[in-house]
Design a protein around this ligand. Structure first.
Ligand code: ATP
Ligand code: MG
Length: 332
């Protein structure tokens, strides 16, 4: 069941004296209840802009975002509609989003539905709110006593757990997590990733997990969307994206992951640089860097179309030509 439906979203940044940056140039994607969708792509491809636009922190130039069937409003002046709190975001650096001078429990309690915002499931009264916070702390693996402490008294991993607890307080249907584990060391990264998966499954909550770390995404996502220069170029269930990428860009990202083992192929970074999103290449945006580009790719922009099963790709070699990897092998 789709809970988050993103349709044709465009995000532009207008800076005076400079050409408009089309950071997100028409993206559609869905997240289902309890589903973890990875969003990957090189730095600057528009992942954070898309994430912020989805939760209403960035204005949509066009397109729509629907949560549980209701359109989500951009964060304008004044309070956000209560139902929009069903969409929460967690960031790479929880320290910057936590108030250093307030006790943890109060900051988590801020997220609880209250009578003041007209919520039908308000948690009223100090002791009921404190009990609700203790439950949330327990859900993220922290003791109730943590609630009486301040943000600086915690490690990075613990602070990210606190940020997750605060997001959960609003009982979200979907959490957009923007590089939530990128700043953590390897073992803490695995623990926090596992916690996010466990919570999503238990609560039937959707997660859009933004990351430039493909290996991390592989271990937790059900489905992956690959973003390039403001567009989604491939969506796929996680495993086939690795074994048989459909888009040459996905193939390049997979080849760039360091492999273990003595006889493992050395990682190869995608060739060339990401072009300026203010003036994207004509035709397929990836064609200047694509090893398989042919005439049509330089002039016509391929749409994201269903290729096989639950997979789709935006590539002129699909669906007629079969997986890009096989073509590349034929040419080699
Ligand atoms: N506030 C802003 N004003 C102008 N341009 C911006 C702004 N925020 C982002 N951009 C530009 O929009 C494009 C997309 O940026 P975004 O932060 O969404 O990328 P990203 O995929 O999240 O990158 P990273 O992996 O480095 O976090 C980039 O070219 C960036 O320079
Ligand atoms: Mg980002």
């Amino acid at each position: 069941m789709t809970v988050l439906d993103v349709k044709d979203v465009v995000v532009d940044y207008k800076v005076s004296g400079r050409p408009t940056v089309h950071a997100v140039a028409g993206v559609s994607l869905q997240v289902g209840a309890g589903e973890i969708v990875g969003l990957v792509g090189e730095s600057g491809c528009g992942k954070s802009s898309l994430g912020k636009a989805i939760v209403g922190l960035e204005k949509l130039a066009s397109g729509s975002v629907t949560l549980d069937g209701h359109p989500v409003a951009s964060l304008g002046r004044g309070a956000r509609p209560v139902r929009d709190r069903g969409l929460q975001m967690i960031f790479q650096d929880p320290y910057s989003s936590l108030n250093p001078r307030r006790r943890i429990w109060r900051q988590i309690a801020d997220g609880l539905p209250s009578e003041g915002d007209g919520s039908p499931v308000a948690t009223a009264g100090r002791s009921a709110r404190r009990a609700a916070v203790n439950e949330l702390l327990d859900a993220v693996g922290l003791p109730a006593a943590a609630g009486d402490r301040y943000p600086h008294e915690f490690s990075g991993g613990q602070r990210q757990r606190i940020a997750i607890a605060r997001a959960l307080a609003a009982r979200p249907s979907v959490i957009v997590a923007d590089e939530p584990v990128s700043a953590l060391d390897a073992s803490t990264r695995a623990q926090v990733s596992n916690l996010i998966v466990q919570i999503a499954r238990e609560r039937g909550m959707g997660v859009l997990f933004i990351s430039h770390d493909l290996s991390g995404v592989r271990h937790m996502a059900d489905r992956v969307a690959v973003m390039y220069l403001g567009r989604i170029v491939e969506t796929s269930p996680t495993e086939p994206l690795w074994s048989e990428p459909l888009h040459p860009y996905s193939d390049a990202l997979v080849k760039a992951i360091p492999k273990l083992g003595l006889d493992a192929a050395a990682p190869v970074a995608p060739r060339g640089e990401v072009p300026d999103p203010a003036s994207p290449p004509a035709g397929c945006r990836f064609h200047p860097r694509c090893p398989l580009a042919f005439d049509r790719c330089r002039t016509d922009d391929p749409a994201l179309v269903a290729v096989e099963g639950a997979r789709s790709a935006a590539c002129w070699l699909q669906p007629a030509g079969g997986p890009a990897r096989e073509l590349a092998l034929l040419e080699a």
